[in-house]
Design a protein around this ligand. Structure first.
Ligand code: 5GP
Ligand code: MN
Length: 331
């Protein structure tokens, strides 16, 4: 198992001090924002606003429909604020490139502004000026709860709901390996603060469009079993999205569903991008580390949930994954 040792990770107090010392703050997160990216970003923004800070959230990509109900979701900017800020907070981004377009188009500003990197990916290379990275945390949303608590920021039900949304997302509703005592204890505090857990659960795990349900059917009908490697491969093409009038966000949860296939320990879901590349989502049972495969291919993530982007088409991408798997798991 390949682990990148953190270069430095600073204490909660240091992170809190950096936030206290800044007045104008922008919070950014990763491309294709998932529940934890959105929940940790919105939770921090609202908590800091209650403290009187001037804070905005900015993301490179639009948020998926299932997250639109969160307080503040409509105010997420697609650009950095035009005026200079005192601090950029990066939430849940495993490396700086994962911030995407906002980083690529503003490299000079990222170089001239202090960055507070708050994350829980163990592959994080500590790209911030100050880094608060805890790979043992279930989610970045759990870390944001700790940060806001350290700041003494009162959390209203909207803030609590956003943070709970992130924890639900990264723990797969308290079912996967990220379900730590910290996840459960933090969730209890958030529910006590008025987080709407029924709504969070419905939005993340049940609510779907008819077209989305049909898209799942198409993906599930592509699956192949590599019995030798106990791996389940599946794919999504741009053609399937067009045929159903669905969006790639609507595939959220398919890889977890496939992880339940008894004959497999690894799921490799390949999603064709409009450019013809393959966005790979890998999931595994506890005994297999897929982050090593993702990292070897320029991506990253967690032991049981990792991803990367490699050239297509499907068969070529599948060959690359198999070759990497075999190299890392010599028999
Ligand atoms: P997903 O399959 O849901 O897109 O990603 C699973 C996990 O792997 C997430 O924690 C995500 O942040 C991480 N991940 C996915 N793609 C990449 C990538 O290209 N680079 C890095 N560093 N992490 C990734
Ligand atoms: Mn996360």
């Amino acid at each position: 198992m390949q682990t990148i040792e953190p270069a430095a990770t600073e204490s909660l107090d240091t992170a809190a001090d950096v936030l206290l010392g800044a007045e104008r703050i922008v919070v950014v997160s990763h491309v294709n924002p998932d529940a934890d990216a959105i929940g940790s970003t919105l939770g921090l923004v609202q908590g800091l606003r209650i403290l009187g800070k001037q804070v905005v959230a900015a993301l490179s990509d639009p948020i998926p429909d299932y997250a639109r109900f969160l307080t503040g979701a409509d105010d997420i900017a697609s650009e950095l604020p035009s005026e200079d800020v005192d601090l950029i907070v990066s939430a849940d981004a495993a490396d700086i490139e994962r911030i995407g377009r906002l980083y690529e188009e503003n490299r000079d500003r990222f170089e001239s502004t202090p960055i507070l990197n708050i994350d829980h990916h163990r592959t994080n290379p500590m790209f911030g000026t100050v880094n608060h990275v805890d790979p043992r945390a279930s989610s970045t949303s759990e870390l944001m709860f700790r940060v806001l608590t350290a700041l003494g920021a009162p959390m209203d039900p909207g803030t609590a709901t956003a943070l709970l949304f992130g924890i639900f997302g990264d723990t797969g509703s308290f079912q996967n390996g990220a379900t730590t005592p910290g996840a459960l204890i933090t969730a209890a505090h958030l529910v006590e603060l008025g987080a709407d857990n029924q709504r969070v659960s419905f939005q993340l795990f049940e609510c779907k469009r008819f077209a989305g349900a049909r898209l799942w059917g198409r993906i599930v009908s592509t699956i192949e079993l590599d019995a030798e490697r106990h791996s389940v491969f599946g794919y999504l093409s741009q053609e399937m999205l067009r045929a159903e009038g669905a969006k790639v966000d609507e595939t959220e949860g398919v890889a977890e569903y496939l992880r339940g296939v008894q004959e497999g320990t690894v799921v490799v879901l390949m999603k064709e991008t409009p450019e013809g590349e393959m966005r790979i989502s890998m999931r595994s049972r506890p005994e297999v580390d897929v982050s090593a495969i993702a990292t070897a291919l320029g991506g990253g993530g967690h032991r049981q949930a990792a991803g990367c982007t490699i050239p297509g088409p499907y068969q070529a991408a599948k060959d690359v994954i198999i070759e990497t798997y075999d190299r890392l798991n010599p028999r």
